[in-house]
Design a protein around this ligand. Structure first.
Ligand code: PLP
Length: 430
């Protein structure tokens, strides 16, 4: 499906080399699934916050692993085992470089959710107790809420949630109040909301929590930010960073916990078995070094290699350029939706203050009805609570409709989205 030349961003973003010009129409050609039709219409995929489409380079990398290098990793002496291990460990190095982490402190998990559960089990449950406070926010995905709640129920520490203001931002006065007592030992915060798109001032929050308690540990949810903007753990002030491969052009089934090596080395394993040991006796075991201590059993080999290919793909485009393209899209999407009759867009109005997950409400229509009609028009959006019920409730509803954009979306897709919304309004006569 060609979409004219609307793919070229109105801005001329520069990549990390300072020279990259972003051509979304060309990028689209790298994603074979974007060629397909849905209900007889060209697909307009606006659900990348849930999962992204995959470029041919990633699909090929995964296929190549199975076709040519199938073997288990780390434990073989034969050629295939060495090839698989080299590629798997090579992917770890690529991922580490992508977010400014030490490769020895990059743990492959199943997804971001598992990374949070690992931290809740191996850090929070052991290091926090009565009198300690874990601070998270009302803006979090359930993955960055429920594991902490489970740990708190076991270990007896307190939970404090930073509320969200009407503009879809964190209430930083309330945050200052929470940290002022010096009892916050862990701050868990998302860098970018999956519902309202807000980019949070993570570095300032990390500074504030450490000023009040120099021992405090900062866990950043990068599930939405890492795919969409340049990331450096040190710039974020993150001790731990959790994200998923499938939202950043990579395969499903692989996620990342990147952390501070000293902290990871001080933590016990999360799951037992396989290569996470140095030695096992009948009644005890000694644990392997980091990161293998946290990778029990056969890992997601082809998926990790696919994630490495996704990192290569994004790095070649330049994450500055990806971000600039999305800001250029937002500069058109936000006013286009905001000016529509009966439509309320949630979250910050300033494209530079937010990511490309755009939730909205339409007067008189339920998000599931909107999603169904949009699907018939070929427009894939998501309707629901987006696994962020406390945030969505604060918007005065049980659900929103979310159109989420990524590097392969073009300005040509904005008008069809608006047309589909008008079709839904006409169908339901609102
Ligand atoms: C902000 C945020 N955090 C965490 C997650 C959990 O990601 P996964 O389901 O890949 O574990 C998501 C997924 O939507 C997300 O948007």
């Amino acid at each position: 499906m060609g979409r004219g030349d609307g793919g070229r961003s109105q801005v001329a973003p520069t990549g990390s080399s300072g020279t990259t010009s972003f051509d979304a129409a060309a990028v689209r050609r790298d994603f074979p699934n974007l060629d397909r039709e849905v209900h007889g219409r060209p697909l307009i995929y606006l659900d990348s916050a849930a999962t992204s489409q995959k470029p041919t380079a990633v699909i090929d990398a995964v296929t190549d692993m199975y076709r040519c290098h199938t073997s288990n990793v780390h434990r073989g002496v034969h050629a295939l085992a060495e090839e698989a291990t080299d590629r798997f460990e090579g992917a770890r190095t690529k991922v580490a470089r992508f977010v400014g982490a030490d490769p020895r402190a990059v743990v492959f998990t199943k997804n971001a959710t598992e990374a949070f559960n690992l931290l809740a089990h191996s850090w929070a449950r052991r290091r926090l107790g009565p009198g300690d406070v874990l601070c998270y926010t009302q803006m979090e995905h359930h993955a960055n809420l429920v594991p902490w709640q489970m740990a708190a129920a076991d270990a007896g520490f307190e939970l404090a949630a930073v509320p969200v203001t009407d503009g879809g931002r964190l209430d930083l006065d309330a945050f200052a109040e929470i940290v002022s007592g010096g009892r916050v030992k862990l701050l868990a915060v998302t860098a970018m909301s999956n519902v309202v798109g807000t980019i949070n001032p993570v570095a300032e929050m990390a500074d504030a929590v450490r000023r009040a308690n120099p021992e405090a540990v900062v866990v950043v949810d990068g599930a939405q930010s890492v795919p969409h903007m340049p990331t450096d753990m040190a710039d974020l002030g993150a001790d731990f960073l959790c994200f998923s491969g499938h939202k950043m052009c990579g395969p499903s089934g692989v996620g990342v916990l990147a952390g501070r090596l000293d902290l990871l080395e001080s933590m016990p394993p999360f799951l037992g078995g396989g290569e996470m040991i140095l030695d096992v006796q009948l009644y005890g075991a000694t644990y392997n070094e980091v990161p293998y201590r946290f990778e029990a059993g056969t890992p997601m080999i082809a998926e990790a290699v696919g994630l490495g290919a996704a990192v290569d793909y994004l790095s070649a485009l330049g994450m500055d350029a990806v971000r600039a393209h999305e800001v250029a899209l937002l500069e058109q999407v936000l006013p286009a939706l905001g000016e529509m009759r009966g439509v309320t867009v949630h979250g910050p109005a300033d494209p530079k203050a937010r990511g490309a997950a755009v939730s909205f409400a339409i007067e008189g229509l339920h998000p599931h009805d909107i999603g169904t009609i949009l699907d018939r028009e070929g427009v894939a959006v998501r309707a629901g609570h987006h696994c962020a019920k406390p945030l969505v409730r604060s918007l005065g509803s049980a659900a929103t409709t979310r159109a989420s954009f990524y590097l392969y979306n073009t300005t040509d897709e904005i008008e069809p989205l608006c047309d589909a919304i008008r079709a839904a309004q006409a169908f339901f006569e609102v």
